[in-house]
Write a protein that binds this ligand. Sequence first.
Ligand code: BYC
Length: 332
Amino acid sequence: MYTQALNKKSPKAAAKDELGPEGIKFQKKIDADLKIEPYDFMPAAYRKTLQRQISQHAHSEIVGALPEGNWVTRAPTLKRKAALLAKIQDESGHALYLYSAAETLGMSREEHTDQLLYGTAKYSSIFNYPALTWGDMGTIGWLVDGAAIMNQIPLCRCSYGPYARAMVRVCKEESFHQRQGYDIVNILCNGSKAQFEMAQESLNRFWWPALMMFGPSDGEDLSGDKSNIWKIKRFSNDVLRQRFVNATVPQAHFLGLEIPDAVLKFNEETGNWDFGEMNWSEFFDVIKGNGKCNKERMSVRVQAYEDGAWVREATNVWAKKQADLETPQAAE
Ligand code: BYC
């Protein structure tokens, strides 16, 4: 809805602004920790970076609900079923805030949806791994939502106002999700031998993919990175990954679980848990579309989109009727 209302300058005029007083004013605002809002001037590359990141994030929330959706009918108790349903509903809500924030940058919701459905947009690699056991519902909440919080808390301070504001609520809900996941794993770890083994086996499968959620290795120094200069990205992928490992290893040990990493070791000098190398060829393969579940996830999404055509049609007809009622002469 914001899309049509945006003021669009010619590319030549916009390029001149980027280097001129408008561009300087923009960076000064960012340096002063002020927010950039939809109608403010912003360089084309800033807009593009945000469009890419926010829409990828929104797509991840939508696709992320799929592995969990498969477990709603198999949750072991009514309480667990209700909590899982609430979590899935939250994730869909996150996608709504994020698509709305992305729309303020000038691309419609329909265009973003098309990019997801026709495979030109990315979503988080983690959702291309299957959820095979009830233990995975615990591990996903604990590790996947845990990694998401680590990555997203700094985004609450992102320079783009609509994204930063959306992230505040998203992070609050993600921390509930992380707690419910940890609670499931905790119960399994304190249950029968078979339950404990289910938790360990799930951790074995999800540990490395969870670390890959933070993206490719990029060192520690982001000072030359545009995303950092624009205060979109505040910490490098590697810094956030290390923070996640440091927070999660003691939780696993508390549960009596073993992290599936032969070289994992506490480093007294740095205060960090040193860990092994990820399988980067697997990561790039998954984001290219060749993971275990990429095809299945997309075919379910496309099917859901097609099945929902009548809802979109009905709401459009209803919206037109309302508009006609408000302007009676238009209906004549
Ligand atoms: N998976 O230069 P880099 C959730 C792409 S969902 C796929 O480091 P950047 C949840 C990256 O996009 C959590 N692709 O990029 C939902 C880039 O590709 P393009 C999702 C990945 O943007 C339901 C290329 O690789 N969270 O919370 O600086 C249930 C080079 O990477 C991945 C967000 O989206 C990946 N793992 O950093 C439970 C948070 N990693 O665009 C939980 C917002 C990298 O050049 N996003 N790529 O074609 C971010 O913070 C950043 O976009 C990333 C990547 C850290 C993910």
